[in-house]
Design a protein around this ligand. Sequence first.
Ligand SMILES: Cc1cc2nc3c(=O)[nH]c(=O)nc-3n(C[C@H](O)[C@H](O)[C@H](O)COP(=O)(O)OP(=O)(O)OC[C@H]3O[C@@H](n4cnc5c(N)ncnc54)[C@H](O)[C@@H]3O)c2cc1C
Length: 463
Amino acid sequence: MAGYDYDLFVIGGGSGGVRAARVAAALGKRVGIAEEYRYGGTCVIRGCVPKKLYVYASQFPEHFADAAGYGWTVPEASFDWQTLVANKDREISRLEAIYVRNVEGAGGETFHSRAMIVDPHVVHLLGEDRTVTADQILIATGGRPAAHPALPGHEHCIFSNEAFDLKELPRAIMIEGGGYIAVEFANIFHGLGVDTTLVYRGKEILSRFDMDLRRMLHETMEKKGIRILCHSVSEWIRKRPDGRLDALVSGGEVLTVDQVMLAIGRIPNTENMGLEGIGLEMTKTGAIAVDQYSRTNIDNIWAIGDVTNRVQLTPVAIHEAMCFIETAFKGNPTAPDHETIATAVFSQPEIGTVGLSEDDAVKRFSDIEIYRATFRPMRHTLSGRDEKMLIKLVVDGASKKVLGAHILGPDAGEMAQLLGIPLKAGLTKGDFDRTMAVHPTAAEELVTMYKPTYRVKDGERVD
Ligand SMILES: Cc1cc2nc3c(=O)[nH]c(=O)nc-3n(C[C@H](O)[C@H](O)[C@H](O)COP(=O)(O)OP(=O)(O)OC[C@H]3O[C@@H](n4cnc5c(N)ncnc54)[C@H](O)[C@@H]3O)c2cc1C
């Protein structure tokens, strides 16, 4: 190992790469890391963090409206997009600096450069025009929004990256896609006062989530004023003489908007990195193929995070980094666990979910019990807001194990984090029932639904 410049060289300074670099350096390894854009990666610079800040910004109009029922008179509010963007920029720059400091503080060396692999032990740093050698190489280059070159006028469209930094808040936007990024941005823009249309080719938004959540969120978003067109795609986008955009959608309607945002998926960053040259194996979707320990087909090269296209979430990239450290540097081979991952959609209302949806559970178990409650959360009583909350548990009728928990409503993401623990531990409905409620909360429904709302036996619903 002494013959190499580094024990570990990491390519990509996002969630996974920075964690691996910092922890390896703290173990006393000689670590280098290259980032071509900004340390912190997608999550910090143009993903989770700015997204959540914009979600908060977009919720204020509802808070102002709800305040009246509680006795407050709120003078007419106004919103300044440029202030939000500038304050967001300040916060992500602060976090970016912390990411760099953490790696360097642990003894790692940071490079601001694009990197490519020229040999299994040699990395070329394009920004510095130099090569370095490493015993182990970790690829953590993440992903980027999928383009849509077949769409006539695609050059007029933006992606989530640009949406954070628009010069002006659009008056009207069309967002194409039905995944969580499309749904979250639709709620953000709508909350900020933008006339918003969501166009999705599938039959219902948020595939892979529980159908009850999907339907109820869809209805609630429409009630708020977000237009949702399912079974629909854009056919072309044209720039008008006044600078606005016309978008033809399935069925022949032309929407006139200021921005069209495409959120139709993400693709792994693997191009122009020398990977074909060294014979690195890829999957059909262009992701880096890895074994259960995140090792590629080349012994000393590993890959983690979105570039492997397993589960594209920040905590997953971080977990994979920690498992990589155990395997590569601590003699303790550890495979990342991708089962029962709690997650949130920061829509309005929010989704928090963990475990199997009802449909998935029915495919795997012959007797399913569904516990389901819909109710008006207490905070909406005095405010008068006509918005329901949904809490649902999916339970295996034979073992009584809780297989899935799904929530739509205020703070659902926070609840999903806590529900991740009992579901991961394999606890049963009996364990939930024995747990004392916290009153008055919305979450108390989780431990007070004593009788199944219905059962599904061999695929048939039994009430
Ligand atoms: C809009 C949006 C919202 C999101 N919201 C959430 C959320 O709420 N919760 C959640 O868990 N996840 C969320 N995600 C997903 C999350 O951001 C990613 O799963 C996570 O960032 C993946 O981490 P990573 O380390 O694999 O890659 P990244 O964080 O993408 O980091 C990869 C880094 O590698 C750099 N790079 C690429 N190629 C090279 C090269 N050749 N040389 C040098 N550097 C290179 C890139 O510039 C980038 O900084 C969101 C993503 C988006 C786009």
